[in-house]
Design a protein around this ligand. Structure first.
Ligand SMILES: Cc1cc2nc3c(=O)[nH]c(=O)nc-3n(C[C@H](O)[C@H](O)[C@H](O)COP(=O)(O)OP(=O)(O)OC[C@H]3O[C@@H](n4cnc5c(N)ncnc54)[C@H](O)[C@@H]3O)c2cc1C
Length: 399
């Protein structure tokens, strides 16, 4: 096939028919089921468990799990499509989905053995059990290697002690913890290992449920406590001390899908500001005709398109089974998170006083967008990582 034909027919955002169908299915689902409930769950700070389980019926919880293992057998591009489309209506709900499907399911799937998969995979792929990932602690976030939680081997068990902070899906309501967690803790030689902890394991408890978040209020955030929490040694993932590799590999898909959430926020904000700009009149003209409004719209559009192209280009190269994409997974989140926040801000400005009101969706998107500059790594952490990676690997510019 001549080169011109392949390059012009290639659709970066929907590279295969399967991707396109996934996007179409999601758009219908989001319009019918996600959009109508979003404002209420944001206002009440509640998690929509019923809707979450419907994502299981669509195959979304196991989107990156192979078909032989009961998943949808899709790739990082599909994961990006799911997070982008869900975030058009409800970034808060999407964050709960991300914590389950990317931070737990994808991480667990790549690092577990057959026996562990047989015990847990069905329950989380269906959405019957709600899962999350515990890395951050009250005194340690960015400096994750400095975590204080420990896991000490005791015969056929490990005993975990520590506290984990800001855990998405840590709770599903004020009293009920999530069901299953991937927990990082230090073992012998102060190396990081990871464990699967069930809510029924002795010594596990729900600490404070964190209320009054700025945004992402449809996802529940909690502190979790591990007080002499005893789990079977068969719940350790991989070998002792090797989970820093698991963590780094999974942070790549985490950052990529968080960046995809910013794309959904920006796309929705753009649509809202263009529609409003055409309707709203001032000084006898639609405000969309004013140069300063055109600047908000034009710059937002260009930034969104640039971020979207970068996100999908990284997604198509990302191998879920291997690390090695840190510079770009940090890069997309660094660029897209700030882009999403700025585009939501531009939309609020274009809507004037109405944009500041809860009734209009951009106010919610504006609050949700900020988290993406913090969660999954702060923008300062991305700047640090990118600089380190570039100084270690000057050949990076040529690839
Ligand atoms: C809503 C929400 C949901 C979350 N969900 C989860 C979850 O499910 N699981 C989980 O494990 N964690 C979760 N987190 C935690 C999140 O990943 C951390 O908040 C984030 O990594 C930052 O850590 P920190 O808050 O401790 O900030 P810190 O690390 O204390 O940083 C404070 C400030 O110092 C800056 N800073 C720190 N180190 C450096 C440096 N070397 N150079 C320059 N600046 C630096 C930071 O960029 C930031 O501006 C969540 C957080 C929130 C708010």
């Amino acid at each position: 096939m001549p080169v011109a034909e392949t390059t012009t027919s290639f659709d970066l955002f929907n590279p295969t028919d399967e991707h396109r169908m996934l996007r179409e299915t999601l758009r219908d689902f989001v319009e019918a089921e996600v959009e109508p409930q979003a404002a209420e769950h944001d206002r009440n700070e509640t998690f929509n468990l019923g809707l979450f389980r419907k994502l299981g019926e669509l195959g979304l919880h196991g989107i990156t799990v192979s078909e032989e293992d009961g998943g949808s057998g899709m790739d990082a591009v599909a994961a990006v499509i799911a997070h982008e489309e869900l975030s058009v209506a409800d970034p808060g709900f999407t964050l709960a989905y991300l914590a389950h499907a990317m931070l737990f399911v994808n991480n667990f799937y790549h690092n577990s053995n057959e026996e562990q998969r047989a015990r847990y995979l069905d329950k989380v792929v269906s959405g019957e059990w709600i899962a999350g990932m515990c890395m951050t602690e009250p005194a340690v976030g960015t400096d994750v290697i400095g975590m204080a939680s420990t896991a000490v081997r005791d015969g056929d068990d490990y005993v975990i002690n520590g506290r984990k902070m800001f855990i998405t899906n840590g709770a599903i309501d004020d009293e009920t913890p999530g069901d299953l967690f991937l927990v990082y803790a230090k073992t012998a030689d102060r190396k990081i290992s990871s464990f699967v902890v069930e809510k029924s394991h002795p010594g596990f408890s729900l600490g404070q449920k964190l209320h009054d978040k700025t945004g992402m209020r449809a996802s529940m955030t909690a502190e979790l406590a591990f007080d002499d929490c005893r789990i079977p040694a068969t719940n350790r993932l991989g070998e002792e001390g090797e989970s820093i590799i698991h963590m780094m590999r999974n942070l790549e898909i985490e950052r990529l899908t968080l960046a995809a959430m910013s794309l959904g926020i920006a796309m929705r904000s753009l649509r809202v500001m263009v529609d409003y700009g055409k309707e709203r009149k001032a000084f006898g003209r639609p405000i969309i005709e004013f140069g300063q409004i055109e600047r908000h719209i034009g710059e937002s559009f260009a930034k969104w398109r640039a971020a979207r192209t970068y996100v999908y280009d990284v997604a198509r190269r990302l191998d879920l089974a291997k690390p090695g994409n840190r510079v770009d997974s940090d890069g997309v989140k660094l660029f897209a998170s700030t882009m999403g926040k700025e585009v939501a801000d531009a939309a609020m400005q274009v809507l004037g006083g109405y944009g500041y009101m809860g009734e209009y969706v951009v106010e919610r998107l504006w609050r949700d967008a900020k988290l993406l500059e913090i969660g999954g790594g702060t923008i300062e952490a991305h700047q640090k990582n990118i600089t380190r990676d570039l100084s270690r690997d000057p050949g990076r510019y040529l690839r």
